[in-house]
Design a protein around this ligand. Structure first.
Ligand code: 26V
Length: 858
């Protein structure tokens, strides 16, 4: 480690140091050896700059503290120090950022505009330190100032601008895009309130607003001068444009979209991309007009109305409600982003070459309203012919579908669209007309087919099927795991797959190893590096080299010790945060994900209740069961009543089980509130068992499953989503498979599924359900969980009861396997070694090869 001689020492106050040196600061040239090794292909950026030595970092930090926060070190509080520290890291990245932006301006190449309504970023500080190679310098610098860097880390409120998998995937993807040096802007919404903070009262979920911006964010750069005007409402008209009939939109009202830029640094490669999130502000002109009319209250009301657009993230993640505000959000960011990109093009840019310059990747259907918006700009404003505009549009968009649940496919009523976006609706109609003409040309007047493929559905209300619009308008459509892409082609959009051969493809999801291995699990990272050297973090397939180490007893012992240390770390976090303890010697069984019936947290509950019931009924001796701690983390959409009941039940079961001396030391149930990215980084590295138990055919991919496997947890899972690929890679012997396959699920539906038959046929199941129904977990009140019980017995849309016995049998195998710790560790190492495929770097390479065709610029 390079430490300059002039770092502050006792007797010399850092403030003096800052004041005397700051004014004459020049770039510190004490270069630090590149952490990837100078010969590594990505080691293009020597760590230099104002903060590139301990001394330089201290000076810059103190300058930021003095000049940006206006306090001396001795008078600073934690927030001041966190801010000054973050700004120092940011300063370092800035030079790179500006340089890369300049490079892109001077020599433009094709880039990716990732359009996503959600980015579940997690904390930024550590990630940015890691990406810039500054962690050691910064740690030493803070120590020199008498500051514990961990306390600074703890200050950061994570930006929770997403619901779950889809938003976190977007965050992983922009990390990989930057690490692969692909020019990319991530576009989204700067929600003032992210995903709600969850607390429990009496075991029930209570939502609190997530005011993540209260103290401001050091990572964002507001650019009010670059605001864009976004219009809504009004009407359309046609006019004669020197002999050409044209349409135009006469909007009714406007808002300002103010961009906030965030740095997205690649890992140690000197490349920095931009995340641009839009915030809604009332337009001056609107205010002025109303103000002039003398109606002050109306002016304030209008302002609130406009600014509501980016106020809050919708916490639903599967059941679209058709809410007007959500459509406003979608158009707001899609239109602002597309407009922003087009504006950066030179005035004489030939728009027919737009597809050589940009691909707009649609993260689910949320930004799809951008399709008619681009058409409107090209046809109405740039005055291109319809066909030319359509040819451009179809090449500029690509669509990723993230679901299989029919109820999650977004539709917007024609009524609402007509009111809010009348010109875009006209354009959608025309797109549909021309598309259906093509269909007719191919198949004749097959009215059934036409109705099935129409972008406009007539029932129950006239509405626009956004997934169909996205499919018709995109060069490629992809699912997010092999099985999902297959079901997408065969079950969700089969007519389109037939109509557009070659349009459908698969890109299996991935996760960034920087955050989810290196930062979350430094112990494992060090162990890996010791074994196979550096380089694996940007070439994750190299984890394969660990396979031979699985045969080495010393390595297994070291690996097991890392897991144990991660459990101790989680124990400290949980004690602090929730007052829970993680018991020694327990198998740590984790189910952390959004609460959804299809994900089947209920199946997990039935397993726990079964274990408990078998002991308390005296059928099994407590001493004969494998000690387990079950850890849950899950937020339910605030309006999703059944999901909230299940949360209540998990907490209720936990309360009874944890207090019952008969299972003491054997079974423990922890439900940690407010599960988020920060907590995931602690839970996942500590877990032994990863629960991925959705009904086959329902989970598009899952990404938690990948994070667990890469951190050496074994999976118990169904043949669903990316589980299928995980199992293929790690091998059957290192994966606990149970439950029906997707075709078996279909067959059972076809035969007629009667959950009560399964209840009757399995004594354990009967006893578990009866125990819940008896009021044993609700103080004797049978009514509390009755809706859950009758839902299981008489409805059970996600076939919990059908998969129960297979699940319980497989869990018995888990217990038996865990009894042989060394064999378990062996399997865990093989999971790590064989899951390199699930790096989001690989996903991005697949997107580049199959969809984007954007060469890296470095
Ligand atoms: C849908 C909706 C619908 C209405 C209102 C708001 C809203 C917000 C988000 C969503 C997206 C739901 C789809 C989703 O999150 N899918 C998940 O995507 C992951 C990344 O591809 C994947 O791993 C999960 O399996 C999939 O459930």
């Amino acid at each position: 480690m390079t430490t300059s001689d002039s770092s502050p020492t006792a007797g010399e106050t850092p403030e003096t140091h800052a004041e005397t040196s700051a004014a004459t600061e020049t770039a510190d040239t004490t270069a630090v050896p590149h952490p990837l090794g100078a010969s590594h292909p990505l080691a293009l950026a020597p760590v230099t700059g104002p903060a590139s030595s301990v001394d330089g970092f201290v000076r810059q930090f103190l300058r930021n503290l003095n000049h940006e926060r206006g306090v001396a070190l001795s008078a600073s509080n934690d927030a001041d120090r966190y801010f000054a520290f973050a700004l120092t890291v940011r300063d370092y990245l800035m030079a790179r950022w500006l340089e890369d932006l300049r490079r892109q301006r001077e020599k433009p190449s094709k880039g990716v505009a990732y359009l996503s309504a959600e980015y579940l970023l997690g904390r930024q500080l550590d990630n940015n330190l890691l990406a810039s190679g500054l962690t050691d310098i910064a740690t030493e610098a803070m120590a020199a100032c008498g500051i514990d860097i961990d306390e600074l880390r703890a200050q950061e409120v994570e930006p929770g601008l997403g619901n779950g998998g889809l938003g976190r995937l977007a965050a992983c993807f922009i990390d990989s895009l930057a690490t692969l040096a692909v020019p990319n802007t991530g576009y989204g919404i700067r929600y003032e309130y992210g995903i709600f903070r969850q607390t429990f009262e009496g075991g029930q979920q209570v939502e609190q607003p997530d005011a993540w911006l209260t103290l401001g964010s050091p990572w964002e750069f507001p650019h009010p001068e670059a605001s864009r005007r976004i219009s809504f409402g009004g009407h359309t008209e046609t006019y004669d444009d020197e002999g050409t009939p044209r349409s135009r939109w006469v909007p009714g009202w406007h808002v300002q979209a103010v961009p906030y830029n965030y740095l997205v640094p690649g890992y140690l490669n000197g490349w920095v991309n931009t995340l641009r999130l839009w915030s809604a502000k009332a337009t001056d002109s609107f205010d002025l007009r109303v103000f002039n009319s003398g109606d002050y209250e109306e002016a304030v009301r209008a302002q609130t109305y406009a600014e509501n657009i980016s106020k809050v993230l919708y916490p639903e993640d599967s059941t679209p409600q058709g809410k007007e505000l959500r459509l406003q959000q979608q158009y707001f960011f899609a239109a602002a982003s597309i407009g922003d990109f087009l504006e950066q093009l030179p005035d004489d840019f030939d728009l027919t070459t737009l597809p050589d310059r940009i691909i707009f990747q649609l993260n689910d259907t949320h930004p799809v309203i951008g399709v008619p918006e681009l058409m409107r700009v090209l046809v109405d404003e740039k005055k291109l012919e319809w066909d030319a505009a359509w040819a451009i549009t179809q090449k500029c968009f690509a669509y990723t579908c993230h679901t299989l649940l029919p109820e999650a496919l977004e539709v917007w009523s024609v009524d609402l669209l007509g009111r809010l976006l009348p010109r875009q609706l006209e354009i959608i109609y025309r797109i549909n007309e021309e598309f259906l003409d093509e269909v007719r040309e191919r198949y004749g007047d097959d009215e059934m087919r036409i109705r099935n493929m129409s972008i406009i559905s007539e029932f129950p209300d006239r509405s626009v099927r956004m997934a169909y619009l996205a499919t018709v308008a995109s060069s490629k459509v992809n699912g997010v795991a092999k099985l999902h892409s297959q079901l997408l082609r065969e079950k969700v959009l089969p007519d389109f797959n037939e109509f557009y051969p070659g349009k459908f493809t698969n890109v299996t999801n991935g996760v960034t190893p920087r955050r989810f291995i290196r930062l979350a699990n430094p112990g494992l990272s060090d162990l890996i590096t010791e074994a196979i050297g550096t380089g694996w973090l940007t070439d994750l397939e190299r984890l394969r080299e660990l396979e031979t180490y699985a045969e080495n007893p010393d390595f297994r012992a070291a690996f097991a010790e890392v897991k144990a240390a991660n459990k101790r770390r989680l124990d400290r976090v949980m004690r602090d945060r929730d007052g829970f303890e993680i018991s020694d010697g327990h198998l740590l069984d984790a189910m952390v994900k959004r609460l959804h019936e299809y994900k089947r947290q209920m199946l997990k509950v039935l397993h726990i209740v079964t274990e408990y019931e078998r002991v308390v009924s005296g059928r099994v001796a407590a001493s004969d069961i494998q000690p387990r701690t079950f850890i849950f983390g899950a937020k339910a959409a605030p309006g999703y009543v059944m999901a909230k009941r299940i949360i209540h039940l998990i907490n209720a079961v936990g309360e009874v089980v944890n207090a019952d001396p008969r299972v003491e030391g054997r079974l423990k149930v922890l439900f940690t509130p407010n599960y988020n990215v920060t907590l995931a980084e602690r839970v996942i590295p500590a877990a032994d068992l990863s629960e991925q138990i959705s009904l086959a055919g329902k989970e598009a991919s899952g990404t938690g499953n990948m994070k667990f496997a890469l951190n050496g947890a074994l999976t118990i899972g169904t043949d669903d989503g990316a589980n299928v690929e995980i199992r293929e890679l790690v091998g059957d012997e290192n994966f606990f498979l149970f439950g029906m396959s997707e075709p078996e699920v279909e067959a059972l539906w076809a035969r007629g599924y009667k959950p009560a038959e399964f209840y009757q046929a399995d004594e354990n199941l009967r006893r578990a359900i009866d125990l819940i129904a008896s009021g044993a977990f609700s103080g004797g009140d049978k009514s509390v969980f009755e809706p859950i019980v009758s839902n299981l017995l008489y409805d059970d849309r996600f076939m919990v009861l059908a998969d129960y016995s297979s699940y319980i049998a497989e869990q018995a195998k888990v217990d038996a396997a865990y009894a042989d710790q060394d064999a378990w560790t062996h399997a865990a190492i093989l999971n790590v070694a064989r899951c390199g495929f699930f790096s989001s770097d690989r996903s991005i390479r697949d997107y580049i090869a199959r969809i984007w065709h954007t060469p890296p610029v470095l």
